[in-house]
Design a protein around this ligand. Sequence first.
Ligand code: 5GP
Ligand code: ZN
Length: 133
Amino acid sequence: MDCLFCKIIEGKLPSAKIYENEHVVAFLDINPVHPGHTLVVPKHHSTSLFDMPDDDIAAVFHAAKKVAQAVKEATSAGGINVNMNNDKAAGQVVFHSHIHLIPRFENDGLKLWPGRKYSEGQQAEIQKRIVGC
Ligand code: 5GP
Ligand code: ZN
């Protein structure tokens, strides 16, 4: 399997590693939103949240808490966004599960998603559909 993050995990490609345990590795994103932008990645290959074993989800978020604290302190960030892109339509470009830890600063000019109001009946309709799945 030709997976970029598997190669980084196996040490076949370089990375700026900042944390590692039995299940997880964390390294700096090569194109950071801000310096210190970190990826937390399970060592076991899965593609996205949808096929990620529960143990890896737990391990990644457990490590993320620890690493996010270090990133926040080291960058003097005011906050940290935790983000996961799942599938191409959501912006995923590397198909090995990972979460982003993005240091954020007051007035750094970045915007989160634009929110839009529901139309009449739309909220109840989507609620019913999701609950039914
Ligand atoms: P995605 O959109 O799949 O959630 O994000 C993948 C991330 O991986 C991007 O932010 C991108 O900058 C980062 N990335 C891509 N290739 C490399 C690489 O070779 N090394 C590192 N450290 N990060 C990478
Ligand atoms: Zn992989």
